[in-house]
Design a protein. Structure first.
Ligand code: ADP
Ligand code: ZN
Length: 614
Protein backbone atom coordinates (compact mmCIF):
# COMPACT_ATOMS: atom_id res chain seq x y z
CA UNK A 1 0.00 0.00 0.00
CA UNK A 2 1.31 3.50 -0.84
CA UNK A 3 1.81 6.17 1.79
CA UNK A 4 -1.29 8.15 0.93
CA UNK A 5 -3.52 5.09 0.75
CA UNK A 6 -2.10 3.92 4.01
CA UNK A 7 -3.05 7.16 5.65
CA UNK A 8 -6.56 7.03 4.27
CA UNK A 9 -6.90 3.42 5.36
CA UNK A 10 -5.81 4.36 8.89
CA UNK A 11 -8.38 7.09 8.98
CA UNK A 12 -11.12 4.72 7.85
CA UNK A 13 -10.12 2.27 10.57
CA UNK A 14 -10.23 5.03 13.16
CA UNK A 15 -13.70 5.99 12.00
CA UNK A 16 -14.98 2.40 12.20
CA UNK A 17 -13.38 1.89 15.61
CA UNK A 18 -15.20 4.91 17.01
CA UNK A 19 -18.47 3.63 15.56
CA UNK A 20 -18.00 0.31 17.36
CA UNK A 21 -17.07 2.06 20.60
CA UNK A 22 -20.25 4.13 20.49
CA UNK A 23 -22.73 1.61 19.11
CA UNK A 24 -21.59 -1.56 20.83
CA UNK A 25 -20.03 -0.35 24.07
CA UNK A 26 -21.99 2.88 24.28
CA UNK A 27 -19.01 5.09 25.17
CA UNK A 28 -18.66 8.49 23.48
CA UNK A 29 -14.87 8.63 23.13
CA UNK A 30 -11.67 6.65 23.52
CA UNK A 31 -9.55 7.22 26.60
CA UNK A 32 -5.85 8.00 26.70
CA UNK A 33 -3.94 5.94 24.15
CA UNK A 34 -6.80 3.57 23.33
CA UNK A 35 -7.51 5.06 19.90
CA UNK A 36 -3.86 4.84 18.81
CA UNK A 37 -3.51 1.29 20.08
CA UNK A 38 -6.71 0.16 18.40
CA UNK A 39 -5.67 1.66 15.04
CA UNK A 40 -2.20 0.18 15.27
CA UNK A 41 -3.38 -3.35 16.07
CA UNK A 42 -6.35 -3.23 13.71
CA UNK A 43 -3.94 -2.43 10.88
CA UNK A 44 -1.88 -5.49 11.73
CA UNK A 45 0.85 -4.16 14.06
CA UNK A 46 2.19 -5.83 17.20
CA UNK A 47 1.86 -3.92 20.45
CA UNK A 48 2.97 -3.98 24.05
CA UNK A 49 0.50 -2.11 26.24
CA UNK A 50 1.34 -1.00 29.78
CA UNK A 51 -1.65 0.57 31.42
CA UNK A 52 -2.72 0.68 35.06
CA UNK A 53 -5.64 -1.34 36.33
CA UNK A 54 -8.85 0.26 35.20
CA UNK A 55 -7.09 2.04 32.35
CA UNK A 56 -9.23 0.28 29.76
CA UNK A 57 -7.00 -2.43 28.33
CA UNK A 58 -9.78 -4.75 27.20
CA UNK A 59 -11.11 -2.47 24.47
CA UNK A 60 -7.59 -2.29 23.03
CA UNK A 61 -7.95 -5.84 21.72
CA UNK A 62 -11.73 -6.27 21.65
CA UNK A 63 -12.32 -3.56 19.07
CA UNK A 64 -9.47 -4.56 16.72
CA UNK A 65 -10.70 -8.15 16.95
CA UNK A 66 -14.10 -6.99 15.73
CA UNK A 67 -12.62 -4.80 13.00
CA UNK A 68 -10.38 -7.48 11.53
CA UNK A 69 -11.50 -10.58 9.71
CA UNK A 70 -11.64 -13.68 11.89
CA UNK A 71 -11.63 -14.24 15.64
CA UNK A 72 -9.52 -12.47 18.25
CA UNK A 73 -7.92 -15.06 20.56
CA UNK A 74 -7.39 -13.80 24.12
CA UNK A 75 -4.95 -15.71 26.30
CA UNK A 76 -5.60 -15.22 29.99
CA UNK A 77 -4.65 -17.15 33.13
CA UNK A 78 -7.82 -16.07 34.93
CA UNK A 79 -10.10 -18.99 34.17
CA UNK A 80 -12.57 -18.12 36.91
CA UNK A 81 -13.37 -14.81 35.25
CA UNK A 82 -13.88 -16.01 31.67
CA UNK A 83 -17.56 -16.76 32.10
CA UNK A 84 -18.26 -13.24 33.38
CA UNK A 85 -16.18 -11.67 30.60
CA UNK A 86 -18.04 -13.63 27.96
CA UNK A 87 -21.40 -12.79 29.57
CA UNK A 88 -20.55 -9.09 29.66
CA UNK A 89 -19.65 -9.16 25.96
CA UNK A 90 -22.84 -11.04 25.13
CA UNK A 91 -24.82 -8.32 26.93
CA UNK A 92 -23.25 -5.83 24.53
CA UNK A 93 -24.04 -8.07 21.55
CA UNK A 94 -20.50 -9.32 20.92
CA UNK A 95 -20.08 -12.98 19.91
CA UNK A 96 -17.65 -14.38 22.47
CA UNK A 97 -16.82 -17.78 23.98
CA UNK A 98 -14.10 -19.48 25.99
CA UNK A 99 -12.14 -22.71 26.10
CA UNK A 100 -10.89 -23.89 29.49
CA UNK A 101 -10.94 -26.83 31.87
CA UNK A 102 -14.16 -25.80 33.62
CA UNK A 103 -16.42 -26.70 30.68
CA UNK A 104 -17.69 -30.06 29.46
CA UNK A 105 -16.35 -31.80 26.38
CA UNK A 106 -19.59 -31.07 24.52
CA UNK A 107 -19.35 -27.40 25.29
CA UNK A 108 -15.77 -27.21 23.99
CA UNK A 109 -16.71 -29.04 20.83
CA UNK A 110 -19.50 -26.55 20.23
CA UNK A 111 -17.14 -23.64 20.75
CA UNK A 112 -14.53 -25.19 18.47
CA UNK A 113 -17.12 -25.55 15.74
CA UNK A 114 -18.15 -21.92 16.08
CA UNK A 115 -14.54 -20.85 15.80
CA UNK A 116 -13.97 -22.86 12.62
CA UNK A 117 -17.17 -21.47 11.10
CA UNK A 118 -16.09 -17.91 11.80
CA UNK A 119 -18.99 -17.30 14.17
CA UNK A 120 -16.94 -15.74 16.98
CA UNK A 121 -15.54 -12.24 17.46
CA UNK A 122 -13.56 -13.23 20.53
CA UNK A 123 -12.33 -16.47 22.06
CA UNK A 124 -10.81 -16.59 25.56
CA UNK A 125 -8.33 -19.43 26.12
CA UNK A 126 -6.28 -20.52 29.11
CA UNK A 127 -2.56 -20.73 28.20
CA UNK A 128 -2.21 -24.42 29.07
CA UNK A 129 -5.17 -25.16 26.82
CA UNK A 130 -3.84 -23.10 23.95
CA UNK A 131 -0.56 -25.03 23.96
CA UNK A 132 -2.21 -28.42 23.38
CA UNK A 133 -1.75 -29.74 19.86
CA UNK A 134 -5.52 -30.07 19.50
CA UNK A 135 -5.93 -26.36 20.13
CA UNK A 136 -3.00 -25.30 17.93
CA UNK A 137 -4.42 -27.40 15.08
CA UNK A 138 -7.80 -25.81 15.65
CA UNK A 139 -6.31 -22.32 15.43
CA UNK A 140 -4.36 -23.25 12.30
CA UNK A 141 -7.56 -24.29 10.59
CA UNK A 142 -9.47 -21.16 11.63
CA UNK A 143 -9.17 -17.52 10.71
CA UNK A 144 -7.45 -15.62 13.52
CA UNK A 145 -7.78 -11.83 13.72
CA UNK A 146 -5.19 -11.32 16.46
CA UNK A 147 -3.68 -12.78 19.61
CA UNK A 148 -4.09 -10.81 22.82
CA UNK A 149 -1.80 -11.92 25.63
CA UNK A 150 -3.40 -10.60 28.79
CA UNK A 151 -1.55 -10.38 32.13
CA UNK A 152 1.65 -10.58 30.10
CA UNK A 153 3.80 -10.11 33.22
CA UNK A 154 3.05 -13.78 34.00
CA UNK A 155 5.96 -14.51 31.66
CA UNK A 156 8.38 -12.96 34.17
CA UNK A 157 10.23 -15.52 36.24
CA UNK A 158 11.00 -12.93 38.88
CA UNK A 159 7.44 -11.81 39.41
CA UNK A 160 5.03 -13.46 41.86
CA UNK A 161 2.52 -14.32 39.13
CA UNK A 162 4.93 -16.42 37.07
CA UNK A 163 3.26 -19.04 34.82
CA UNK A 164 5.63 -21.44 33.06
CA UNK A 165 3.19 -21.86 30.13
CA UNK A 166 3.54 -18.19 29.32
CA UNK A 167 7.14 -18.70 28.26
CA UNK A 168 6.00 -21.14 25.60
CA UNK A 169 3.70 -18.53 24.08
CA UNK A 170 6.56 -17.52 21.79
CA UNK A 171 5.20 -20.37 19.68
CA UNK A 172 2.46 -17.99 18.50
CA UNK A 173 5.00 -15.84 16.71
CA UNK A 174 6.63 -18.88 15.12
CA UNK A 175 3.45 -20.63 13.98
CA UNK A 176 1.37 -17.58 13.09
CA UNK A 177 3.86 -14.98 11.89
CA UNK A 178 1.21 -12.93 10.10
CA UNK A 179 -1.23 -12.62 12.97
CA UNK A 180 -0.73 -9.43 15.03
CA UNK A 181 -0.08 -9.84 18.73
CA UNK A 182 -0.89 -7.46 21.53
CA UNK A 183 0.53 -8.10 25.01
CA UNK A 184 -0.99 -6.26 27.96
CA UNK A 185 -0.05 -5.76 31.59
CA UNK A 186 -0.57 -3.43 34.54
CA UNK A 187 2.89 -4.11 35.95
CA UNK A 188 5.02 -1.01 35.75
CA UNK A 189 8.65 -1.88 36.21
CA UNK A 190 11.31 -1.85 33.51
CA UNK A 191 12.75 -5.30 34.16
CA UNK A 192 9.40 -6.97 33.65
CA UNK A 193 8.86 -5.01 30.46
CA UNK A 194 12.19 -6.12 29.06
CA UNK A 195 11.44 -9.71 29.97
CA UNK A 196 8.06 -9.64 28.22
CA UNK A 197 9.63 -8.28 25.03
CA UNK A 198 12.40 -10.84 25.04
CA UNK A 199 10.41 -13.94 25.95
CA UNK A 200 7.44 -13.24 23.73
CA UNK A 201 9.67 -12.08 20.86
CA UNK A 202 8.00 -8.71 20.73
CA UNK A 203 11.09 -6.73 19.64
CA UNK A 204 9.18 -5.29 16.73
CA UNK A 205 6.14 -4.38 18.77
CA UNK A 206 5.26 -0.75 19.31
CA UNK A 207 5.20 0.12 23.00
CA UNK A 208 2.36 2.07 24.52
CA UNK A 209 3.20 3.13 28.06
CA UNK A 210 0.49 5.01 29.92
CA UNK A 211 0.82 6.98 33.08
CA UNK A 212 0.37 4.77 36.11
CA UNK A 213 -1.47 7.44 37.99
CA UNK A 214 -5.01 6.69 39.15
CA UNK A 215 -6.33 10.22 39.56
CA UNK A 216 -9.75 9.17 40.80
CA UNK A 217 -8.30 7.31 43.80
CA UNK A 218 -7.83 9.45 46.91
CA UNK A 219 -5.03 8.18 49.14
CA UNK A 220 -5.36 8.53 52.87
CA UNK A 221 -3.20 7.09 55.66
CA UNK A 222 -4.37 7.77 59.20
CA UNK A 223 -2.74 7.12 62.55
CA UNK A 224 -4.15 3.98 64.08
CA UNK A 225 -5.81 4.27 67.45
CA UNK A 226 -8.58 1.70 67.37
CA UNK A 227 -8.36 0.39 63.81
CA UNK A 228 -11.69 -1.41 63.62
CA UNK A 229 -13.61 1.51 65.06
CA UNK A 230 -11.86 3.94 62.72
CA UNK A 231 -12.70 1.68 59.79
CA UNK A 232 -16.35 1.58 60.79
CA UNK A 233 -16.45 5.39 61.07
CA UNK A 234 -14.83 5.69 57.67
CA UNK A 235 -17.34 3.31 56.06
CA UNK A 236 -20.35 4.85 57.78
CA UNK A 237 -19.42 8.44 57.02
CA UNK A 238 -18.12 8.05 53.49
CA UNK A 239 -19.12 4.70 52.04
CA UNK A 240 -22.43 3.55 53.46
CA UNK A 241 -23.88 0.94 51.10
CA UNK A 242 -20.79 0.84 48.87
CA UNK A 243 -18.78 -2.16 47.77
CA UNK A 244 -15.28 -2.25 49.25
CA UNK A 245 -12.34 -4.46 50.17
CA UNK A 246 -10.68 -4.49 53.60
CA UNK A 247 -7.24 -6.10 53.75
CA UNK A 248 -5.91 -7.65 56.97
CA UNK A 249 -2.71 -9.56 57.62
CA UNK A 250 -4.01 -12.70 59.32
CA UNK A 251 -6.88 -15.12 58.81
CA UNK A 252 -7.97 -14.64 62.39
CA UNK A 253 -8.18 -10.90 62.01
CA UNK A 254 -10.14 -11.30 58.76
CA UNK A 255 -12.79 -13.31 60.61
CA UNK A 256 -12.89 -10.88 63.54
CA UNK A 257 -13.20 -7.77 61.41
CA UNK A 258 -15.92 -9.32 59.22
CA UNK A 259 -17.89 -10.24 62.37
CA UNK A 260 -17.38 -6.78 63.80
CA UNK A 261 -18.65 -5.07 60.64
CA UNK A 262 -21.67 -7.37 60.41
CA UNK A 263 -22.51 -6.74 64.05
CA UNK A 264 -22.48 -3.04 63.23
CA UNK A 265 -24.77 -3.18 60.23
CA UNK A 266 -22.24 -3.41 57.40
CA UNK A 267 -22.69 -6.46 55.15
CA UNK A 268 -19.25 -8.06 55.18
CA UNK A 269 -17.88 -11.42 54.01
CA UNK A 270 -14.55 -13.04 54.93
CA UNK A 271 -12.05 -14.42 52.41
CA UNK A 272 -8.76 -16.17 53.17
CA UNK A 273 -6.77 -19.22 52.17
CA UNK A 274 -7.78 -21.15 55.31
CA UNK A 275 -11.46 -21.33 54.34
CA UNK A 276 -12.85 -24.27 52.38
CA UNK A 277 -12.95 -23.74 48.63
CA UNK A 278 -16.72 -23.80 48.38
CA UNK A 279 -17.33 -21.01 50.90
CA UNK A 280 -14.53 -18.95 49.47
CA UNK A 281 -15.85 -19.19 45.93
CA UNK A 282 -19.38 -18.44 47.15
CA UNK A 283 -18.19 -15.31 48.98
CA UNK A 284 -16.25 -14.10 45.95
CA UNK A 285 -19.23 -14.64 43.72
CA UNK A 286 -21.57 -12.73 46.07
CA UNK A 287 -19.09 -9.87 46.23
CA UNK A 288 -18.96 -9.69 42.43
CA UNK A 289 -22.66 -10.10 41.83
CA UNK A 290 -24.39 -8.23 44.60
CA UNK A 291 -24.32 -4.56 45.31
CA UNK A 292 -22.60 -2.99 48.29
CA UNK A 293 -20.79 -5.93 49.91
CA UNK A 294 -17.59 -5.41 51.87
CA UNK A 295 -15.03 -8.15 51.41
CA UNK A 296 -12.67 -8.59 54.37
CA UNK A 297 -9.68 -10.53 53.10
CA UNK A 298 -6.05 -11.46 53.25
CA UNK A 299 -3.97 -10.68 50.17
CA UNK A 300 -5.06 -14.08 48.83
CA UNK A 301 -8.01 -12.13 47.44
CA UNK A 302 -7.94 -9.96 44.39
CA UNK A 303 -5.88 -11.14 41.41
CA UNK A 304 -7.97 -10.40 38.35
CA UNK A 305 -10.99 -9.15 40.25
CA UNK A 306 -12.33 -6.73 37.68
CA UNK A 307 -15.38 -5.48 39.51
CA UNK A 308 -15.46 -1.87 38.33
CA UNK A 309 -17.43 -0.32 41.19
CA UNK A 310 -15.29 -1.11 44.23
CA UNK A 311 -15.58 2.27 45.97
CA UNK A 312 -12.88 1.80 48.60
CA UNK A 313 -9.95 -0.39 49.53
CA UNK A 314 -8.97 -0.24 53.21
CA UNK A 315 -5.85 -1.59 54.89
CA UNK A 316 -6.00 -2.40 58.58
CA UNK A 317 -2.43 -3.69 58.51
CA UNK A 318 0.64 -2.33 56.80
CA UNK A 319 1.41 -3.98 53.43
CA UNK A 320 4.93 -5.34 52.96
CA UNK A 321 5.81 -3.19 49.98
CA UNK A 322 4.65 -0.31 47.82
CA UNK A 323 4.13 -2.73 44.92
CA UNK A 324 1.66 -4.69 47.05
CA UNK A 325 -0.04 -1.56 48.33
CA UNK A 326 -0.42 -0.13 44.82
CA UNK A 327 -1.75 -3.37 43.40
CA UNK A 328 -4.28 -3.77 46.20
CA UNK A 329 -5.47 -0.16 46.26
CA UNK A 330 -5.63 -0.26 42.45
CA UNK A 331 -8.70 -2.50 42.73
CA UNK A 332 -10.71 0.55 43.78
CA UNK A 333 -12.47 2.72 41.23
CA UNK A 334 -11.78 0.90 37.97
CA UNK A 335 -14.80 2.68 36.53
CA UNK A 336 -13.03 6.02 36.90
CA UNK A 337 -15.49 7.28 39.52
CA UNK A 338 -14.13 8.72 42.78
CA UNK A 339 -12.78 6.02 45.10
CA UNK A 340 -10.78 5.84 48.33
CA UNK A 341 -7.62 4.06 49.36
CA UNK A 342 -7.66 4.26 53.14
CA UNK A 343 -5.19 2.84 55.62
CA UNK A 344 -4.80 2.92 59.39
CA UNK A 345 -1.22 2.58 60.45
CA UNK A 346 0.49 2.63 63.84
CA UNK A 347 3.46 1.72 66.00
CA UNK A 348 2.44 -1.92 66.19
CA UNK A 349 2.54 -2.27 62.40
CA UNK A 350 6.15 -1.17 62.21
CA UNK A 351 7.17 -3.49 65.02
CA UNK A 352 5.29 -6.44 63.56
CA UNK A 353 6.58 -6.09 59.99
CA UNK A 354 10.16 -5.65 61.12
CA UNK A 355 9.84 -8.72 63.30
CA UNK A 356 8.36 -10.81 60.48
CA UNK A 357 11.41 -10.06 58.35
CA UNK A 358 13.89 -10.72 61.15
CA UNK A 359 12.28 -13.98 62.12
CA UNK A 360 11.79 -15.37 58.63
CA UNK A 361 13.90 -18.31 57.53
CA UNK A 362 14.91 -16.61 54.30
CA UNK A 363 18.54 -15.90 53.43
CA UNK A 364 20.20 -12.60 54.23
CA UNK A 365 20.01 -11.29 50.71
CA UNK A 366 16.25 -11.80 50.56
CA UNK A 367 15.83 -10.20 53.97
CA UNK A 368 17.76 -7.15 52.82
CA UNK A 369 15.47 -6.76 49.82
CA UNK A 370 12.38 -7.16 52.02
CA UNK A 371 13.77 -4.62 54.45
CA UNK A 372 14.37 -2.07 51.71
CA UNK A 373 10.82 -2.58 50.43
CA UNK A 374 9.43 -2.09 53.91
CA UNK A 375 11.48 1.08 54.32
CA UNK A 376 9.98 2.50 51.14
CA UNK A 377 6.50 1.63 52.40
CA UNK A 378 7.21 3.30 55.76
CA UNK A 379 8.52 6.32 53.90
CA UNK A 380 5.16 6.59 52.16
CA UNK A 381 3.32 6.38 55.48
CA UNK A 382 5.47 9.00 57.18
CA UNK A 383 5.88 11.38 54.26
CA UNK A 384 5.20 15.06 54.77
CA UNK A 385 4.55 15.64 51.07
CA UNK A 386 2.07 14.37 48.46
CA UNK A 387 1.42 10.61 48.71
CA UNK A 388 0.77 10.29 44.99
CA UNK A 389 4.07 11.94 44.09
CA UNK A 390 5.78 9.51 46.42
CA UNK A 391 4.02 6.51 44.85
CA UNK A 392 4.66 7.54 41.27
CA UNK A 393 8.29 8.38 42.01
CA UNK A 394 8.69 4.85 43.29
CA UNK A 395 7.59 3.62 39.84
CA UNK A 396 9.89 6.11 38.12
CA UNK A 397 7.19 8.51 36.98
CA UNK A 398 7.59 12.25 37.61
CA UNK A 399 4.51 14.17 38.83
CA UNK A 400 3.48 17.12 40.97
CA UNK A 401 1.36 17.52 44.10
CA UNK A 402 -2.04 16.02 43.34
CA UNK A 403 -4.58 17.80 45.50
CA UNK A 404 -6.38 14.49 46.04
CA UNK A 405 -4.58 12.79 48.93
CA UNK A 406 -4.64 13.46 52.65
CA UNK A 407 -1.27 15.20 52.75
CA UNK A 408 -2.36 17.58 49.97
CA UNK A 409 -5.84 18.21 51.37
CA UNK A 410 -4.81 18.47 54.96
CA UNK A 411 -1.05 19.10 55.03
CA UNK A 412 0.68 17.55 58.04
CA UNK A 413 2.73 19.82 60.26
CA UNK A 414 6.33 18.90 60.82
CA UNK A 415 8.48 19.96 63.76
CA UNK A 416 12.09 19.77 64.81
CA UNK A 417 12.01 16.72 67.07
CA UNK A 418 15.72 16.43 67.79
CA UNK A 419 15.28 17.07 71.51
CA UNK A 420 12.30 14.69 71.77
CA UNK A 421 14.18 11.91 70.01
CA UNK A 422 17.19 12.51 72.25
CA UNK A 423 14.96 12.18 75.31
CA UNK A 424 13.52 8.98 73.92
CA UNK A 425 16.90 7.45 73.11
CA UNK A 426 18.22 8.43 76.48
CA UNK A 427 15.26 6.77 78.23
CA UNK A 428 15.95 3.61 76.25
CA UNK A 429 19.59 3.77 77.27
CA UNK A 430 18.94 4.55 80.94
CA UNK A 431 16.53 1.63 81.25
CA UNK A 432 19.35 -0.55 79.91
CA UNK A 433 17.63 -1.43 76.63
CA UNK A 434 15.63 -4.08 78.44
CA UNK A 435 12.08 -2.71 78.32
CA UNK A 436 9.30 -2.43 75.78
CA UNK A 437 7.61 0.68 74.42
CA UNK A 438 4.95 0.98 77.11
CA UNK A 439 7.38 1.08 79.99
CA UNK A 440 9.86 3.40 78.27
CA UNK A 441 7.08 5.85 77.48
CA UNK A 442 5.84 5.66 81.10
CA UNK A 443 9.31 6.61 82.28
CA UNK A 444 9.46 9.49 79.83
CA UNK A 445 6.08 10.81 80.82
CA UNK A 446 6.68 10.36 84.54
CA UNK A 447 3.95 7.79 85.13
CA UNK A 448 4.09 6.11 88.56
CA UNK A 449 3.28 2.60 87.40
CA UNK A 450 3.92 -0.53 89.43
CA UNK A 451 6.72 -1.47 87.11
CA UNK A 452 8.33 1.97 87.38
CA UNK A 453 8.33 1.70 91.14
CA UNK A 454 9.53 -1.88 91.09
CA UNK A 455 12.59 -0.99 89.01
CA UNK A 456 13.03 2.38 90.71
CA UNK A 457 12.96 4.08 87.37
CA UNK A 458 11.42 7.13 89.00
CA UNK A 459 14.94 7.82 90.23
CA UNK A 460 16.31 8.14 86.70
CA UNK A 461 17.23 11.61 85.39
CA UNK A 462 15.00 10.95 82.35
CA UNK A 463 11.94 10.24 84.52
CA UNK A 464 9.21 12.68 83.52
CA UNK A 465 11.27 14.72 81.06
CA UNK A 466 8.56 14.13 78.48
CA UNK A 467 5.59 14.96 80.68
CA UNK A 468 4.61 17.81 78.35
CA UNK A 469 3.44 15.40 75.65
CA UNK A 470 0.60 12.86 75.63
CA UNK A 471 1.04 9.12 75.28
CA UNK A 472 -0.32 9.28 71.73
CA UNK A 473 2.20 11.95 70.78
CA UNK A 474 5.05 9.91 72.18
CA UNK A 475 3.87 6.81 70.38
CA UNK A 476 3.91 8.77 67.12
CA UNK A 477 7.46 9.93 67.83
CA UNK A 478 8.59 6.42 68.73
CA UNK A 479 6.92 4.97 65.63
CA UNK A 480 8.74 7.39 63.37
CA UNK A 481 12.02 6.79 65.19
CA UNK A 482 11.62 3.05 64.59
CA UNK A 483 10.63 3.65 60.98
CA UNK A 484 13.81 5.71 60.55
CA UNK A 485 15.94 3.02 62.16
CA UNK A 486 16.94 5.16 65.17
CA UNK A 487 15.51 2.57 67.53
CA UNK A 488 14.91 -1.14 66.99
CA UNK A 489 12.66 -3.60 68.70
CA UNK A 490 14.32 -6.74 69.99
CA UNK A 491 12.37 -9.88 69.29
CA UNK A 492 13.44 -11.69 72.40
CA UNK A 493 9.86 -12.11 73.58
CA UNK A 494 9.87 -8.85 75.55
CA UNK A 495 10.01 -6.52 72.55
CA UNK A 496 12.70 -4.50 74.28
CA UNK A 497 13.66 -1.22 72.62
CA UNK A 498 17.33 -0.98 71.64
CA UNK A 499 19.62 1.68 70.29
CA UNK A 500 21.18 1.34 66.85
CA UNK A 501 24.27 2.60 65.05
CA UNK A 502 22.19 5.53 63.83
CA UNK A 503 21.15 6.51 67.37
CA UNK A 504 24.58 7.82 68.21
CA UNK A 505 24.68 10.80 65.88
CA UNK A 506 21.36 11.98 67.27
CA UNK A 507 22.40 11.54 70.89
CA UNK A 508 25.58 13.48 70.23
CA UNK A 509 23.57 16.26 68.65
CA UNK A 510 25.19 15.77 65.23
CA UNK A 511 21.94 15.12 63.44
CA UNK A 512 18.72 17.12 63.39
CA UNK A 513 15.46 15.19 63.18
CA UNK A 514 12.32 16.48 61.49
CA UNK A 515 9.13 14.58 62.32
CA UNK A 516 5.47 14.64 61.49
CA UNK A 517 3.40 16.28 64.20
CA UNK A 518 0.88 13.93 65.78
CA UNK A 519 -2.67 14.61 64.60
CA UNK A 520 -5.62 13.49 66.62
CA UNK A 521 -7.76 11.15 64.52
CA UNK A 522 -10.74 13.28 63.64
CA UNK A 523 -13.72 12.36 61.55
CA UNK A 524 -13.15 14.39 58.48
CA UNK A 525 -15.09 14.28 55.34
CA UNK A 526 -13.12 15.47 52.37
CA UNK A 527 -15.04 17.19 49.64
CA UNK A 528 -15.02 15.18 46.45
CA UNK A 529 -12.76 16.96 44.06
CA UNK A 530 -12.87 17.11 40.30
CA UNK A 531 -10.07 15.17 38.72
CA UNK A 532 -9.49 14.48 35.06
CA UNK A 533 -10.54 10.88 35.43
CA UNK A 534 -14.25 11.06 35.98
CA UNK A 535 -17.50 12.75 35.20
CA UNK A 536 -18.91 14.22 38.34
CA UNK A 537 -22.59 13.76 38.87
CA UNK A 538 -23.97 15.47 41.90
CA UNK A 539 -27.45 14.08 42.12
CA UNK A 540 -30.37 16.12 43.36
CA UNK A 541 -32.54 14.50 46.04
CA UNK A 542 -34.93 13.44 43.32
CA UNK A 543 -32.07 12.12 41.21
CA UNK A 544 -30.84 10.10 44.17
CA UNK A 545 -34.26 8.48 44.56
CA UNK A 546 -34.24 7.53 40.90
CA UNK A 547 -30.67 6.23 41.19
CA UNK A 548 -31.70 3.99 44.11
CA UNK A 549 -34.67 2.75 42.12
CA UNK A 550 -32.39 1.94 39.21
CA UNK A 551 -30.11 0.04 41.57
CA UNK A 552 -32.99 -2.12 42.72
CA UNK A 553 -34.03 -2.72 39.16
CA UNK A 554 -30.44 -3.72 38.34
CA UNK A 555 -30.24 -6.19 41.24
CA UNK A 556 -33.43 -7.88 40.03
CA UNK A 557 -32.36 -7.91 36.41
CA UNK A 558 -28.90 -9.23 37.19
CA UNK A 559 -30.47 -12.06 39.14
CA UNK A 560 -32.82 -12.91 36.27
CA UNK A 561 -30.00 -12.92 33.71
CA UNK A 562 -27.57 -14.57 36.14
CA UNK A 563 -24.81 -12.02 35.57
CA UNK A 564 -23.03 -9.59 37.92
CA UNK A 565 -24.92 -6.32 38.37
CA UNK A 566 -22.25 -4.15 36.74
CA UNK A 567 -22.52 -6.19 33.54
CA UNK A 568 -26.00 -4.68 33.03
CA UNK A 569 -24.97 -1.04 33.57
CA UNK A 570 -22.14 0.60 35.49
CA UNK A 571 -22.84 2.99 38.35
CA UNK A 572 -21.55 5.86 36.20
CA UNK A 573 -24.14 5.07 33.52
CA UNK A 574 -26.98 4.82 36.05
CA UNK A 575 -25.98 8.09 37.73
CA UNK A 576 -26.03 9.78 34.38
CA UNK A 577 -29.48 8.33 33.67
CA UNK A 578 -30.69 9.51 37.09
CA UNK A 579 -29.37 12.99 36.37
CA UNK A 580 -30.61 13.38 32.79
CA UNK A 581 -33.87 11.40 33.16
CA UNK A 582 -34.14 10.50 29.47
CA UNK A 583 -37.78 10.43 28.39
CA UNK A 584 -37.39 8.34 25.25
CA UNK A 585 -35.21 5.61 23.78
CA UNK A 586 -33.53 8.24 21.63
CA UNK A 587 -32.57 10.30 24.66
CA UNK A 588 -31.37 7.19 26.44
CA UNK A 589 -29.08 6.31 23.52
CA UNK A 590 -26.95 9.38 24.29
CA UNK A 591 -26.01 8.23 27.78
CA UNK A 592 -22.43 6.96 28.06
CA UNK A 593 -22.45 3.20 28.57
CA UNK A 594 -25.70 2.51 26.67
CA UNK A 595 -24.90 0.64 23.47
CA UNK A 596 -27.38 -0.54 20.81
CA UNK A 597 -27.85 -4.02 22.24
CA UNK A 598 -28.47 -2.79 25.76
CA UNK A 599 -30.83 -0.15 24.47
CA UNK A 600 -32.80 -2.88 22.77
CA UNK A 601 -32.79 -5.17 25.81
CA UNK A 602 -33.37 -2.72 28.64
CA UNK A 603 -34.32 0.62 27.07
CA UNK A 604 -38.09 0.26 27.34
CA UNK A 605 -37.90 -0.89 30.98
CA UNK A 606 -35.68 2.03 31.94
CA UNK A 607 -37.82 4.64 30.20
CA UNK A 608 -40.93 3.18 31.88
CA UNK A 609 -39.18 3.23 35.25
CA UNK A 610 -38.30 6.89 34.83
CA UNK A 611 -41.85 7.77 33.79
CA UNK A 612 -43.30 6.00 36.86
CA UNK A 613 -44.69 8.29 39.53
CA UNK A 614 -42.40 8.19 42.56
P1 ADP B 1 -8.17 -2.83 32.64
O1 ADP B 1 -8.29 -4.18 32.00
O2 ADP B 1 -7.14 -1.96 32.03
O3 ADP B 1 -8.03 -2.90 34.13
P2 ADP B 1 -10.84 -2.52 31.69
O4 ADP B 1 -10.60 -2.86 30.28
O5 ADP B 1 -11.51 -3.54 32.55
O6 ADP B 1 -9.51 -2.05 32.39
O7 ADP B 1 -11.64 -1.15 31.76
C1 ADP B 1 -11.91 -0.53 32.98
C2 ADP B 1 -13.29 0.09 32.93
O8 ADP B 1 -13.29 1.26 32.11
C3 ADP B 1 -14.32 -0.83 32.33
O9 ADP B 1 -15.45 -0.78 33.14
C4 ADP B 1 -14.57 -0.27 30.95
O10 ADP B 1 -15.86 -0.54 30.50
C5 ADP B 1 -14.33 1.21 31.14
N1 ADP B 1 -13.84 1.86 29.91
C6 ADP B 1 -12.82 1.45 29.15
N2 ADP B 1 -12.64 2.29 28.10
C7 ADP B 1 -13.57 3.27 28.23
C8 ADP B 1 -13.89 4.45 27.46
N3 ADP B 1 -13.22 4.78 26.36
N4 ADP B 1 -14.92 5.21 27.91
C9 ADP B 1 -15.60 4.87 29.01
N5 ADP B 1 -15.35 3.79 29.78
C10 ADP B 1 -14.33 2.98 29.38
ZN1 ZN C 1 -1.34 14.61 46.90
Amino acid sequence: MGGLNNCAAQEAIGEQALQLLQNVFGYPAFRGQQAEIVEHVASGGDALVLMPTGGGKSLCYQIPAMLRKGTGVVISPLIALMQDQVDALAEAGVRAAFLNSTQSFDESVRTERKLRNGELDLLYVAPERLLTSRCLDLLASSRIALFAIDEAHCVSQWGHDFRPEYIKLSILHEQFPDVPRIALTATADHLTRAEIIQRLQLDEARQFVSSFDRPNIRYQIVEKANGRKQLLDFIESEHAGDAGIVYCLSRKKVEEVADFLNANGVTALPYHAGMDNGTRAANQSRFLREDGIVMVATIAFGMGIDKPDVRFVAHLDLPKSIEGYYQETGRAGRDGQPADAWMAYGLQDVVQQRRMIDESEADENFKRVQSAKLDAMLGLCETLSCRRVRLLTYFGEPSSACGNCDTCLNPPVSFNATVEVQKLLSAVYRTEQRFGAMHVLDVLRGVDSEKVKQWRHDQLPTFGVGADRSDAEWRAILRQAIAMGLVTVDHDGFNALKLTEASRAVLRGEQQIELRQYQKPIKQKFKPIKTKGYVESDLSAEGQVLFDKLRWWRVETARKHNVPAYVIFHDATMREIARVKPASLDDLRHISGVGEKKLETYGAEIVALIAEKA
